[in-house]
Design a protein around this ligand. Structure first.
Ligand code: SF4
Length: 329
């Protein structure tokens, strides 16, 4: 497939890992956006490693929070190769995992270097903290030496639910295609004081995006959702699998709901979407829903008939504390 030629599936890295290891069966896992390339990748892996059996997981792979341990155990795989993300902090799968970032090729890094230098030239910026996705991190290490007007600190991979710590940063730069990482970092900064400036660079169109207008719009929607949930009597708590199973958060929510005399149910879902909401008739059975697995789901379900909240929003409602927006937990 033509689209796949823009990605480096890092076969040499896989080769180095598999060489001299006695591995007979491997489970491959790809993020949704790279699944059209599965066939090409398996062809290449079969060519290089004819004695290894490769199985493909099509279970959700929105992030490295969802390493498909269950499927790997079921088929007796000795290794999971998880493409498209690096390890999710705080989650160590029970099976060996090789994370392959899948570098995006043909990115104009000279222009990105120039954009970074321009940002450094802005007033009061001497320390710039930068985070990006697995697809661009290697490029970024190559480009920062060319930035002369300020010091850049690479804070590693960005996750939509783990905002970058802005301590000692005059400004933050997020380099990522799409808006989610930029918006989620901006939302997290809302409760911080002092709040560093944020710049978002889309590496595909090589331009700086100002997240403010979108963040304001999202915030208005989120405040409305919280208002709708403020008198909710019966809550649905959604928890996930693997790195999205957040036992302590569920426990705290349950304690809070109990202390307020609210009713609740807890569901565990690998994939939580409109189909599941319809199956359990959530619109009639619950007054509010809080998603502990992934904050993106709450944003994605913003038009659902009942308020679907992130964990931070649920605590704002249950603690009746709206002094600042709390994201993500
Ligand atoms: S934002 Fe969601 S998909 Fe991304 S790492 Fe966090 S929990 Fe996983």
């Amino acid at each position: 497939m033509d689209f796949c030629k823009y990605y480096d599936f890092e076969y040499e890295e896989i080769h180095r890992y598999l060489a001299n290891k006695n591995i007979g069966r491997v489970l491959l896992q790809f993020p949704e956006g790279l699944q059209p390339c599965i066939d090409n990748v398996v062809d290449e892996l079969k060519r290089r490693f004819p004695d290894i059996e490769f199985y493909i997981s099509t279970n959700p792979s929105y992030g490295s929070c969802l390493v498909d341990e269950y499927s790997a155990r079921e088929i007796g795989a000795q290794l999971i190769i998880h493409f498209g993300h690096y390890e999710y902090p705080g989650y160590r799968p029970s099976i060996d995992v090789l994370y392959i970032g899948v570098k995006r090729l043909n990115i104009d890094i000279q222009t990105i270097g120039r954009i970074l230098d321009d940002i450094c030239g802005e007033k009061n910026i001497s320390k710039l903290c930068l985070a990006t996705t697995a697809q661009h991190i290697k490029d970024i290490y190559m480009v920062i030496d060319r930035v002369e007007r300020c010091k850049i600190f690479i804070k590693g991979t960005i996750y939509g639910c783990i905002p970058l710590n802005p301590d000692n940063c005059d400004a933050i730069v997020i380099i990522s295609g799409g808006k989610f990482h930029c918006i989620s970092q901006s939302l997290a900064l809302l409760s911080m004081n002092p709040k560093p400036r944020i710049f978002c660079i889309d590496p595909y169109i090589q331009s700086v995006i100002d997240p403010e207008p979108e963040v304001e719009k999202i915030l208005r929607t989120r405040m409305w959702k919280m208002f709708q949930a403020s008198n909710a009597k019966k809550w649905l708590i959604v928890t996930g699998f693997y790195g999205q199973y957040r036992e302590n958060i569920v426990k705290k929510l349950v304690e809070k709901l109990k202390s307020l005399g609210k009713e609740y149910r807890v569901v565990k879902s690998l994939r939580f979407d409109r189909e599941i909401l319809a199956n359990i008739d959530a619109e009639h059975n619950y007054d509010a829903i809080v998603v502990t697995s992934c904050p993106y789901i709450a944003f994605d379900l913003k038009d659902y008939g009942k308020p679907v909240l992130t964990v931070g929003e649920a605590f704002m409602v249950l603690e009746n504390n709206f002094s600042s927006y709390r994201y993500p937990w």
